[in-house]
Design a protein around this ligand. Structure first.
Ligand code: GCW
Length: 682
């Protein structure tokens, strides 16, 4: 039953409801597959497996459209002229990766057709169709016309060549470099399949803290083997490029982007890669950040570096994803301001095939951060989102935290870049800025654990990232609903409370770790557990005390006009809201303001009491989650039930640990008693 975890959301369990099952059987007498490519074969195989498992009945595979109630599957070019005609206006509405699922009448016979402009679109349609069955939706009168809203939907693996995974909590890297290229682990195929099922179309295989060796022929042949596995699933491979690679593996004296020999070295390297992998996606680069080499080592800037690499991959249609996660100890008055300072002045200066990859918030994947100001400030540059699916700051794979809730909050934030309604989602899907290149990345939480992600519920974060990458306007509750039905059960008595548990879980983590805008107060290095007292690290901006600034008078980081003026990096409308204590959302209060312990919150509590109560609320919420799960036992197999139960027990203990540690520490400054309702530390 460890296999139950392994199957992710593609379990294809038997449909329990007999009425629904018979509707499916009646509508699915035969499958007609019109394609012959590798991808088309995958579509057909997936339908056969999925349907036969869910209905315990294998539809007939027909070589031509005979009779009625067929499922006709194939790309636009493979359709006969009748079908083309019926679907013509729908084809006008989809892009290259989109799909159509439609109930039609052909020569007076009822059929369902799944199609798209090419076979990968069809494959997305197939997974979407199977999901309808998995979630027990009617398939009687289908009319679904859907396309991904973002072009590059990629996972970022922070996987090292020794198979350790930076910030990975699900075992070791999936990529077995030692056995590649000749040994193809079934897991690579299952990985590609899972990604295709949620529309992910790219994967960066290696850590942004990059090793130049990945660009040597010895490794490139392994990359080629993986690319060959992923291609039929519509997934492109990308690599991280270490900026100093020309020195380390190229024998050059410099990696200066303005040096002709350096530029030529990258051009040759690109040629070499594309010869092996004609659809290679391009490079992801972390430069001049946390000790990584970059153009600034040679007195150049991000534009010089990114554009030089862009020229190398441009002839082959490649892209450069250049990260904006930069900060340095030299200007440490406010780390949150540095990415804007280094990038905003270069807006519009990057080549067309460069996209700047920005983390969702200005610090670093905290349980809650206001959206990164660069999303509103780069008006002429394609910007892509970087979310972290692995829970570096949210309890690793031990705590249950449903991240699509966090992702949605960021995507729905209004940048006011072009007036009201200029949400982050509209920036990254290009609808606001009209950039051709659009993208979204998720730092992967996948490893070689039997269940892929360490925590059974962490699978929902992978799933939810993919769904939001496809459509950044989807509701995270709907995604939780889908995932639960596909992964566990369609029983409403299970779905309702467990969905509620998932939805609450993210706020619970915020409450017991960093309520009211607190941030970066976790223990140093590993980032697990509380450490607000740490103040002796060599770089000021690594110390938790730098972020909370608690003293006898109060707590919080003044980023308003009165302080570092980081609020000025936002559009004036947003700046005004954050700047003013009256209008600043309380969930971001201590992110933007230093306030006294007696400051009155909206609910009438003093800041100290309100903060203590928030910590307690987080603890209470986890206890509620435990209760919910304990009642869910009869809908879940024993093994997954117990796993989650044990993990929630740890989470519950650690929520108290966070509460007690933070309150005892901050109490030294506030000098106040804990309010009624907050448990006293033992
Ligand atoms: O979140 C921090 C992590 C580092 C990471 C870095 C980054 C890959 O603590 O482990 O390095 O950010 O995003 O570059």
């Amino acid at each position: 039953s460890a296999q139950k975890d392994y199957k992710l959301w593609l379990r294809y369990d038997k449909i329990q409801d007999a009425v629904i099952a018979s509707e499916y059987k009646n509508n699915l007498k035969g499958i007609v597959s019109l394609g012959s490519s590798e991808t088309a074969k995958i579509s057909l195989a997936e339908l056969e497996t999925g349907i036969s498992h869910m209905l315990e009945n294998k539809p007939e595979i027909r070589s031509a459209i005979n009779g009625e109630n067929n499922l006709i599957v194939g790309s636009q070019t493979a359709l006969n002229s009748d079908l083309k005609k019926v679907l013509a206006s729908d084809f006008d509405k989809i892009n290259n990766e989109g799909f159509i699922i439609k109930s039609i009448s052909l020569k007076n016979k009822k059929q369902i057709v799944i199609t798209g402009k090419n076979d990968v679109g069809v494959l997305y349609g197939v997974y979407s169709f199977l999901r309808l069955i998995q979630t027990n939706k009617s398939i009687k009168n289908l009319s679904i016309v859907d396309s991904p809203k973002i072009n590059l939907r990629v996972l970022n693996h922070w996987d090292n060549l020794d198979r350790t995974v930076e910030r990975g909590y699900a075992g070791f890297s999936l990529w077995n470099w030692q056995k590649l290229p000749d040994f193809i682990d079934q897991r690579y195929i299952d990985y590609a399949r899972a990604n295709a099922s949620i529309g992910i179309n790219g994967t960066v295989l290696t850590n942004v803290n990059a090793n130049a060796l990945i660009l040597t022929p010895q490794y490139l042949e392994k990359i080629e083997a993986l690319a060959n596995v992923f291609r039929p699933y519509g997934i492109k491979v990308y690599l991280t490029a270490r900026f100093s690679a020309p020195i380390e593996i190229g024998g050059l004296k410099t990696a200066d982007p303005k040096d002709v020999a350096v530029a030529n070295w990258w051009k040759d390297k690109a040629k070499e890669i594309y010869k092996r992998i004609p659809d290679f996606g391009g490079f992801l680069v972390k430069a001049n950040s946390e000790g990584q080499p970059g153009p600034q080592n040679y007195g150049r800037d991000h534009v010089d570096g990114a554009n030089m690499l862009a020229d190398a991959v441009a002839p082959f249609g490649g892209v450069i994803m250049w990260r904006a996660f930069v900060y340095s100890e030299h200007d440490a008055n406010d780390r949150a301001k540095q990415a804007y300072a280094e990038f905003q002045p270069y807006d519009g200066k990057f080549k067309d095939n460069v996209i700047v990859q920005v983390k969702n918030g200005a610090i670093d994947f905290q349980p809650r951060e206001p959206f990164h100001p660069l999303f509103g400030a780069m008006k002429k540059t394609p910007i892509m989102m970087e979310f972290q699916i692995t829970q570096e700051y949210l309890g690793f794979s031990t705590h249950l935290a449903y991240l699509p809730k966090l992702f949605q909050e960021v995507l729905a934030s209004d940048t006011y870049q072009k007036g009201k309604g200029s949400t982050v989602a509209k920036v990254i899907d290009g609808s606001l800025t009209h950039t051709k290149l659009t993208g979204i990345a998720g730092v992967s939480n996948i490893g070689n654990d039997l269940n892929w992600t360490g925590h059974p519920f962490a699978q929902a974060n992978w799933y939810g990232f993919g769904r939001l990458a496809w459509d950044p306007y989807l509701d995270s509750e709907l995604i939780a609903d889908e995932w639960l039905r596909c992964t566990f059960s369609n029983d409403e008595n299970f779905i309702k409370p467990v969905k509620e548990m998932m939805i609450t879980s993210r706020e619970a983590v915020v409450n017991y770790m960093t309520p009211l805008g607190l941030h970066h107060i976790m223990d140093t290095g590993h980032h697990y557990g509380p450490g607000p007292w740490i103040s002796d690290l060599s770089r000021p901006e690594w110390n938790p005390t730098y972020y909370h600034k608690a003293d006898k008078n109060g707590i919080g980081f003044d980023r308003a006009k009165t302080g570092t003026n980081a609020t000025a990096q936002y559009a004036p409308e947003v700046e005004k809201v954050f700047d003013n204590l009256e209008t600043c959302p309380e969930q971001d209060l201590l992110w933007f303001h230093h306030v006294s312990w007696d400051y009155k919150l909206k609910n009438g509590q003093t800041l100290w009491n309100g903060m203590a109560l928030k910590y307690q609320e987080g603890v209470n919420q986890v206890q509620e989650m435990q209760k919910t799960w304990n009642n869910a036992g009869k809908y879940v197999d024993e093994e997954r039930f117990k796993e989650v139960q044990m993990l929630l027990e740890i989470q519950s203990k650690e929520a108290k640990w966070w509460r007690d540690a933070c309150l005892l520490y901050f109490q030294q400054y506030s000098g106040k008693e804990l309010p009624v309702g907050v448990e006293k530390p033992k």
